[in-house]
Design a protein around this ligand. Structure first.
Ligand code: SF4
Length: 267
C-alpha cells in the first residue's frame, strides 16, 4: 500500500485563475460576480480614466527612481518624467479608448501633475534607498500561487525592508483603512516567502489628499494575511466548482463595467 501526500486535484466546472494577487483578493471580496466576469471569463472591460491616470503617475514615479540618482530626484525631474510618460501614453490602447477630447485631455494631464507634485509632500525621494522598483514577485504559499507587483522596495538605514505602494485614488476612511492595508500586507507575505524576511513596514502613499498610511508588518499580521488569502482562494475554488458567483450590490456598482449585463440590475 502506498501513501500519497499533497493536494487532490478536483475537476472544476470553471477554471480558477492561475494566481492570486492583492487586486484579485479585493476584486473577489468586493463582488464575486464582477470577479467571475473579469478574471474567469476574461470579458473585456472598458478602461476607466482613474485607472489609466494611475498607470501614468506610476510610470512617472518609476522613471524618477530609475533615471535619477539621489540628489537629482527633484519636482522638476518628476515633472519631466511625467511629460515623457504622457508622450508614451498617447499610443496606449487603453488611453486611446478613453477618447478624450482636447479639453478633457488637458484636465487629465493637469490632475496627473497635481498628483505627482503631491508626492513630494509625503516624502523626499532623495532620502529613500530603493532596492526594487515595480518588482514583480510570485511565490507558492500554502498551495496558492501568490503574485504581485511591489511599486517600491526600500532598505531603511537600519537595514530593514519597507514596502511602498503609490495610490492615486482617495484614501479610505478610518473604517475601511484596515481593508486597504490587507492588499499591502499581502506584499509583506510575498516578501517574506520570497526573500526569507518580512518588511518591517508597509506604507501606502495616497497622492490625492495627500496622506501616508503606514503599518508595521508583524508575524501576527502576516499570519493573519496568509489565513485571509487562503480563505479567499478556497472561496474562489469553491465558487468555480459550483459556478456560484453572487453579485454584491454596493457603491462600486456605479463604476462597474459589467453593470449592463449584471442580473442584479436587470430590468
Ligand atoms: S454591477 Fe455591482 S453587483 Fe453587478 S457585477 Fe458589477 S459590482 Fe457586481
Amino acid at each position: 500500500m502506498t501513501a500519497a501526500s499533497g493536494r487532490i486535484l478536483t475537476c472544476m466546472a470553471l477554471d480558477p485563475p492561475r494566481t492570486l494577487s492583492p487586486s484579485k483578493v479585493s476584486a473577489f471580496t468586493n463582488c464575486p460576480l464582477a470577479f467571475r466576469y473579469s478574471q474567469i471569463e476574461h470579458r473585456p472591460e472598458p478602461p476607466s480614466p482613474p485607472a489609466v491616470k494611475g498607470t501614468l503617475v506610476h510610470s512617472a514615479l518609476e522613471g524618477l527612481f530609475w533615471h535619477h540618482v539621489p540628489g537629482q530626484r527633484t519636482p522638476a525631474a518628476a515633472a519631466a518624467e511625467l511629460e515623457r510618460s504622457w508622450d508614451e501614453l498617447q499610443d496606449d490602447d487603453e488611453f486611446v479608448q478613453l477618447e478624450l477630447g482636447p479639453e478633457s485631455a488637458d484636465a487629465f494631464l493637469a490632475d496627473a501633475r497635481t498628483l505627482v507634485d503631491n508626492y513630494f509632500r509625503l516624502e523626499d525621494p532623495n532620502e529613500a534607498h530603493a532596492v526594487g522598483i515595480e518588482l514583480g514577485v510570485e511565490t507558492l504559499v500554502d498551495g496558492m500561487r501568490l503574485r504581485g507587483i511591489i511599486d517600491r522596495l526600500d532598505v531603511a538605514p537600519d537595514g530593514s525592508l519597507i514596502v511602498v505602494d503609490y495610490k492615486t485614488g482617495r484614501a479610505p476612511s478610518e473604517r475601511f483603512e484596515r481593508g486597504s492595508m490587507g492588499g499591502v500586507q499581502t506584499y509583506a507575505l510575498l516578501c517574506e516567502s520570497l526573500l526569507g524576511r518580512a518588511p518591517a513596514e508597509v506604507r501606502l502613499l495616497y497622492l490625492r489628499q495627500p496622506i501616508a498610511i503606514s503599518s508595521v508588518a508583524t508575524e501576527q499580521s502576516i499570519r493573519g494575511q496568509r489565513k485571509r488569502a487562503l480563505a479567499v482562494w478556497t472561496a474562489i475554488e469553491r465558487a468555480c466548482g459550483t459556478e456560484d458567483f453572487r453579485p454584491h450590490v454596493g457603491p462600486l456598482c456605479d463604476y462597474c463595467g459589467f453593470k449592463s449585463s449584471c442580473p442584479a440590475f436587470a430590468a
